[in-house]
Write a protein that binds this ligand. Sequence first.
Ligand SMILES: Cc1cc2nc3c(=O)[nH]c(=O)nc-3n(C[C@H](O)[C@H](O)[C@H](O)COP(=O)(O)OP(=O)(O)OC[C@H]3O[C@@H](n4cnc5c(N)ncnc54)[C@H](O)[C@@H]3O)c2cc1C
Length: 402
Amino acid sequence: MNPETIVVIGAGLAAATLVRELRARGYDGVLRVIGDESALPYERPPLSKGFLQGADEVADFTVNTAAWYAENHVDLRLDTRAISIDRKHQHVVLADGTTIDYDALVLATGARSRLGGSEPMAGHDLPGVHLLRTLKDAQALKEQITDGTQVAVIGSGWIGMEVAASSRALGARVTVYSPDDLPLAKVFGERFGHHLLELHQRHGVDVRTGTRVQGIELVDRHLQVVSDAGSSRAEVVLLAIGAVPNVELAETAGLEVDRGVIVDASLRSSDSKILVIGDAAQAFNTRLRRQLQVEHWDNAIRQGKLAAATLLGADESYDWLPYFFTDQFDLGMEYVGDAKATDETVVRGTENEFVIFWLRERRITAAANVNIWDVNDTLRALVGREIDPARLADDSITLEEL
Ligand SMILES: Cc1cc2nc3c(=O)[nH]c(=O)nc-3n(C[C@H](O)[C@H](O)[C@H](O)COP(=O)(O)OP(=O)(O)OC[C@H]3O[C@@H](n4cnc5c(N)ncnc54)[C@H](O)[C@@H]3O)c2cc1C
């Protein structure tokens, strides 16, 4: 491909990794990045963990410094929103009406927080009700959580549970509302769900499982979370009920879109001049032989690098397994693979330090290491193999010996 001008819409982790990789591979054409946030592209995982707890500074998780963009001649336009793509004339239209021409365009628009089901949840826009997607969101949330603050977290997904843990670390009183019987068990199985529930309960989080929230109200200047189990007061509410990929630009431009924008194993969309990376992409994974939309840190980095390869004509493809990590209280977990909720699970290890394997027709579909470190690469190599479940569970056989 080797285009003269590459324009990237979205200035998040995938975009920042892409431009870094392009320059590292010797690309010397024009590079422009358009992002609607004010901060230099940063990594989001610390927003619900170290940054919220006060342990990490923004500079610690900023991908490239301002000096790097300047020295590498990357035209980074922050606080700038792209509003449409004109594929015929190959330009992007910005909110101020100006246009930017491209030879190749990369969409790295990420995702946004979900507000509700078909309708936004009642009260989502009340003062004191927060979402957590951006640094600005995290700063606003952090300002409101101190010792003794009553925090209500709606949703028991990764971000909800991480914020619950971080809020407890700050001394807040925390309630988590979950429609499920166990947090995250639908994807990660009951063993992990129980472990997570007990971990949070042990640290004083009031996890209200099987409780559906109808909305948030303001009563006598206090927030009330209204659920099918009644109403409870809160000073701060976090709405953490999932994310929605930002695909509207692609959709309006006539690209093929499902949950994410459909791209091939080289990350090219139905218009070969437009690539899509990160949370917004639904790419063909050659290893799993299906389209995959992944909202994880590792994926944004790897797809940023892969897009650079594609743009420069290298023959590389989306062939890796999804990887994910979380940190909550003293729990650290890494997951690699692509399990389904219906897969059988096998666990090895002790109460607090264990490995979970997921199996379908005796073949390992995924594995997670909980409070055990430096084994994820070994687990990655085991995914796809057929191994007797009894051996998987047998701790006297090392992971390497499997
Ligand atoms: C609080 C939080 C914690 C997380 N923790 C973990 C974790 O522990 N482990 C893990 O694996 N993953 C985690 N993730 C997920 C991970 O951060 C994402 O997968 C990753 O950020 C995706 O990168 P991206 O570049 O695709 O999108 P993003 O990082 O979302 O960046 C996209 C950027 O594009 C901008 N944009 C969108 N549309 C436009 C437009 N039209 N014009 C201009 N700019 C636009 C957006 O505002 C945003 O700045 C977490 C996410 C959040 C929010």
